[in-house]
Design a protein around this ligand. Structure first.
Ligand code: NAP
Length: 335
């Protein structure tokens, strides 16, 4: 059984490792997701039978598809599971900032209280559940939008539609610490879901400091830089229009050798711990702070079963230092 941890200061507990279902939505953003709905649901069911009890999704993952697929798996024993989804990005109202085109729909970023509440209500319908364990604001609001955003989250808590709440991608703000401090004036923030991996050490440090100061759970997303640190990258991906990896620097042809060199450099450290390089990279995140919650991505049981080994690994300081040095070298050459 996966170890449980408290989410922020809430009374919600979640497994230390959670399965993200972004890639399962497929569509524009993960163009190499194969398999029909039945096959993807089978994968989720198998993950559940293998001991996964925590799932993360979002309305925009496959524009509703990921939530719908997940609904098939969570209904049987919902009360034993931890489910998070998101709000603030929708393709319902043409209001706010146009974020991107996805799956033929225009996705807008909107923080109006009524729309945030509707985002949540629509997720509940797609997920076929009565409540969400943690609702996460998908994109970081401007400082003057935080009050209204927090009002929506507090109302959803009062209506018992959500059990706790958090923010994501606050590093999109020039003042991430101020974002959290402003939100805390209106209510509780229990979780920050941020992109965090070995290739972005300074940002990991920045979020770790904020979380430790305010006792907030640090939930990493894209711990393998969308598969790059697992060696799942090739120059073709950079040409897939609107795929979530096509603008990622590490997937550009000129930078791919840097990632592959880094992986080669990490192999001896992984061998020391008897694990794969992806597992080593996730163990590195686990070593950053006890507040870390590991949100991982997988579409195949083979990846998932391997990744779970990270929970058993406690990296020693010298291994962490060696990994830092190797990663810093790759980052310094990134163009
Ligand atoms: N808040 C946000 O804005 C945001 C943004 C991005 C992601 N997220 C969340 O974070 C979750 C994870 O992100 P991500 O999917 O980008 O995660 P990731 O771990 O960075 O990348 C997932 C990729 O790594 C591969 N992989 C994972 N474990 C592996 C292993 N042990 N061996 C070999 N390959 C392995 C997977 O392969 P296979 O697919 O072949 O199994 C998949 O291609 C998402 O599902 C989502 O819930 C949130």
């Amino acid at each position: 059984m996966i170890q449980m941890m408290q989410i922020g200061k809430s009374n919600v507990t979640a497994p230390k490792m959670i399965l993200g279902t972004f890639a399962l939505g497929g569509g524009t953003s993960w163009q190499d997701t194969t398999g029909d709905d039945a096959e993807l649901v089978r994968f989720l069911q198998e993950a559940r039978e293998y001991g996964i009890t925590g799932f993360d999704t979002a309305p925009v993952y496959g524009t509703g598809r990921s939530e719908r697929l997940l609904s098939e798996v969570i209904r049987k024993d919902r009360e034993k599971l931890y489910v998070s989804t998101k709000c603030s990005l929708n393709w319902r109202v043409k209001e706010g900032i146009m974020e991107y085109e996805r799956d033929g729909k225009q996705v807008f970023r909107c923080y109006r209280k009524e729309e945030l509440i509707r985002d949540c209500e629509e997720s509940l319908r797609r997920l076929k559940t009565d409540y969400i364990d943690c609702l996460i604001v998908h994109r970081c609001p401007e400082l003057d939008q935080i009050g209204e955003t927090m009002e929506a989250l507090e109302e959803l808590k009062n209506r018992e539609l959500i059990r706790c709440a958090g923010f994501s991608n606050i590093l999109g703000s020039k003042t991430p610490e101020l974002v959290v401090e402003t939100a805390l004036r209106y209510g509780r923030v229990d979780l920050l879901q941020e992109k965090a991996n070995l290739l972005m050490r300074k940002k990991v440090e920045q979020i770790r400091a904020i979380c430790e100061k305010h006792d907030i759970t640090f939930q990493c997303h894209s711990p393998l830089e969308r598969g790059a640190l697992a060696g799942k990258l090739h120059a073709g991906i950079a040409t897939w229009k609107n795929d979530n990896r096509s603008n990622n620097k590490w997937f550009q042809e000129k930078n791919i050798p840097l990632v592959l060199d880094l992986i080669e450099g990490l192999k001896p450290v992984a061998e020391q711990y008897g694990c794969s390089v992806p597992v080593l990279c996730i163990a590195w995140l686990k070593a950053q702070t006890p507040l870390m919650n590991l949100l991982i991505g997988a579409r195949r049981m083979e990846s998932l079963k391997d990744t779970l080994h990270a929970l058993e690994i406690d990296l020693k300081e010298d291994a962490v230092k060696k990994m830092n040095t190797l990663a810093d070298r790759a980052v310094s050459q990134l163009s």
